[in-house]
Design a protein around this ligand. Structure first.
Ligand code: NAP
Ligand code: GLV
Length: 321
């Protein structure tokens, strides 16, 4: 029987490409970086399975280019906003992702951003490296306190709950907003109280975004919503860049209407809005949420298992559709 074709779009931790290439037709080894779109469209032709990353757009054009052989798109990420899931479903293509295995890593990073923005860690680090430090300064880099303050989590899913659990060590009061309110036992377990979004923004000292990018969440944190936040508040985005209006955040920081921002994700990665680059108290990271060796290896293993299960006609561990 002729071996089926798969496409792995880049070299990835935990993905045993050589083993896969023995079992399937896999073409040339995957590149070290993101596969250029033209190459992706050309190499996907006739593929039964794709193992791709959040930087690869799997849209109608791509699925059309693959042809009717395509049965699974296995994404090396929990977020699947890069995949046209509805279109895949209509074509009978399985979409899978990598939840759970990156929850702790991403929640840790959310908390790192929260603390760094609150205490101006990036600004102060740059100051020291620039050789500008002339001695201890009672007025220098004054931050906002974290302990005992109110944390608002937008999107109380797996990562949001991880952030809430971490806040216990800082005796924070936890508010959350999701489309659905959790049952009382789950709210009690996380010591979290439900608020509608506007109330959460108004009451919170720290707002951490943990929602998926969907048509509903695109542009969720707009100029108007930023205006509801306290001037002393810190905004953390570990969701997707498109959930916030970056220009509005940069302007609010520059005008002192927001104390700080910790951003791991951006609207047009890897481009960063120029105003953010010069904004005060902004900590900017290159999409590092899941970036621990353990998490990335586990994501690769899960993405591989998902791919193989769907190709073998078994139920994948983490299907999206
Ligand atoms: P999850 O468990 O599915 O949690 C998402 C939460 O968002 C759910 O509780 C969902 O609850 C809520 N939600 C969905 N739509 C909403 C809306 N319109 N308004 C308010 N809440 C909404 O997913 P997760 O594993 O925590 O991951 C969340 C997202 O984080 C991913 O989709 C990804 O984009 C991002 N992420 C980023 C990184 C990074 O590197 N920075 C790493 C991992 C994940 P309801 O359905 O009840 O509203
Ligand atoms: C990372 O951003 C992910 O969605 O896994």
């Amino acid at each position: 029987m002729e071996r089926r074709t798969i496409l792995v779009t880049r070299r990835l931790p935990g993905v045993p490409w050589e083993d896969l290439a023995k079992r399937f037709r896999a073409g040339d080894p995957p590149p070290a970086g993101t596969m250029p779109r033209e190459e992706f469209l050309a190499r996907v032709r006739g593929a039964s399975g794709i193992l791709c990353t959040l930087a690869d757009r799997v849209d109608a054009e791509l699925m059309e280019a693959a042809g009717p052989s395509l049965v699974v798109v296995s994404n090396f990420a929990v977020g699947v906003n890069n995949v046209d899931v509805a279109g895949a479903t209509r074509r009978g293509i399985r979409v899978c992702n990598t939840p759970d295995v990156l929850t702790d890593a991403t929640a840790d990073l959310g908390f790192a951003l929260l603390l760094s923005a609150a205490r101006k860690v990036s600004d102060a680090d740059r100051f020291v490296r620039a050789g500008s430090w002339t001695g201890w300064d009672p007025w220098g880099f004054l931050g906002v306190p974290v302990a005992g303050k109110t944390l608002g989590i937008v999107g109380m899913g797996k990562i949001g709950a991880g952030v809430a659990r971490r806040s216990r060590g800082f005796s924070m009061k936890v508010l959350y907003h999701s489309r659905r309110r959790m049952p009382p036992s789950e709210e009690a377990g996380l010591a979290a109280s439900y608020r509608d979004l506007d109330a959460l923004l108004a009451e919170s000292d720290f707002v951490v975004l943990c929602v998926p990018l969907t048509p509903e969440t695109r542009g969720l944190i707009s100029t108007e919503r930023l205006g509801r936040m306290k001037r002393t508040a810190v905004l953390v985005n570990i969701a997707r860049g498109e959930v916030v209006d970056e220009e509005a955040v940069a302007t609010a920081l520059a005008e002192g209407r927001l104390f700080g921002a910790g951003l791991d994700v951006f609207e047009k990665e890897p481009r960063i809005h120029p105003k953010l680059l010069s904004a005060p108290s902004a900590v900017l990271l290159p999409h590092l949420g899941s970036a621990t060796g353990e998490a990335r290896e586990a994501m690769g293993r899960r993405a591989t298992e998902n791919l193989l299960a769907a190709l073998d006609g078994r139920e994948p561990a983490s299907p999206v559709n």
